[in-house]
Design a protein around this ligand. Structure first.
Ligand code: UDP
Length: 193
């Protein structure tokens, strides 16, 4: 995958549409993909937090969520020109899921927030298959993994703040049949309005 590296942090250098195409073909071939938004907060924190740097660099896609990365790319002769926020990319993935018929699961945020976020996504993307959701304070990990797999979830959004959500994904992805994972921080709150 095309990447650029700034201060030891990898950032995907594919245009958004190309990333979505790669994700689609990885789903088809049964490969798992992880998406993380590299925003200024995470970029700075990763300079003194090796765990966060590892979580970013081990992700399949590091989306450029900040003007800093774009400026660095311009200065260093890279090709990254557009900012993509985590919530925007999530919306693109929800659209892809609707078109491709992927089953979606939402995990994270408070109960009233995640349930509203699910309703909002169902209104915005008619026909989307959101097969289940769970609030981010539920912590029976084994039961949740079993449920996500039983519901044949293909795409999982985890909203518990960073790096908690990325650590959860890293710890559990090998026993999940999910193909696309994104840690989305406060995005359920944004969707819930
Ligand atoms: N959250 C959660 N479980 C936790 C801690 C936080 O579900 O154990 C949720 C919280 O309710 C909120 C989101 O995670 O909806 C936190 O998002 P925040 O904006 O802090 O994340 P960031 O975007 O800064 O990574």
């Amino acid at each position: 995958m095309k990447k650029e590296t700034y201060l030891g942090v990898n950032v995907s250098a594919l245009p958004e549409q190309a990333m979505l195409e790669v994700i689609k073909s990885r789903v088809q071939s049964g490969e798992q993909s992880t998406v993380i938004a590299v925003n200024p907060e995470k970029f700075i924190a990763s300079q003194s937090n090796e765990t966060l740097k590892r979580l970013i660099n081990h992700s399949t896609f590091q989306i450029p969520d900040g003007i800093g990365v774009i400026l660095a790319s311009r200065l260093k002769g890279g090709t990254i020109r557009s900012r993509i926020t985590g919530v925007d990319f999530m919306q693109k993935l929800l659209k892809l899921a609707t078109i491709e018929g992927y089953n979606v699961f939402f995990y994270g945020a408070k109960e009233e927030v995640v349930s509203k976020a699910v309703k909002s996504a169902e209104d915005t993307y008619p026909g989307i298959q959101i097969v289940g959701y769970e609030n981010g304070y539920y912590n029976d990990e084994d039961a949740l993994i079993k449920r996500i797999n039983e519901l044949k979830s293909d795409m999982l959004f985890v909203a518990m703040g960073s790096p908690k959500q990325e650590l959860w994904i890293e710890r559990n992805m090998s026993r999940l049949n999910v193909k696309v994972f994104q840690g989305v921080g406060g995005s359920f709150d944004v969707l819930a309005g």
